[in-house]
Design a binder for this molecule. Sequence first.
Ligand code: NI
Length: 171
Amino acid sequence: MKSLKIVTYPDNFLRQPTKPVENINGELQDFIERMAVTMYGASGAGLAAIQVGYDKSIIIYDAFPTDPEKQCLEVLINPKIIAAEGSRVSEQEGCLSVPDFRADVKRSVAVLAEGMDRKGKPVRIETDDFLMAVVLQHEIDHLNGILFIDRISALKRELYKRRVKKHLRKK
Ligand code: NI
């Protein structure tokens, strides 16, 4: 199965709020498989459908994407964060849509999220595992058109924007 192309900053496609999934069918399962191939192929811990060109509310994630022994794909459809608490710095956060850049981001420590699994069954995920809490916040942000660089200091964001502009001019 082939990987999907990852949409990268500053593409405006990433900025739109996604639409809820209404039909959970075979086509959607195939798409989720392709998302997984894409995420694992890029050694990412999470991926939102909008990052691969599909404007629906789907996220996938895995706490151990590069460890074949521990790998476990999680899929959440139409997810929402219902509650969040605490505050801690997520160190050197990155994103497949923001290549070659990492920065510290302030995130909640524990979250409660709700959505559906890939079969359409309602699920509730409550976690105080910081890594998982960060992945959920990061991926659900994508569904609202938010990138982690929106949550860093204005100065750091400007530095990154300038770097991207320079790089695009060289192309
Ligand atoms: Ni991301």
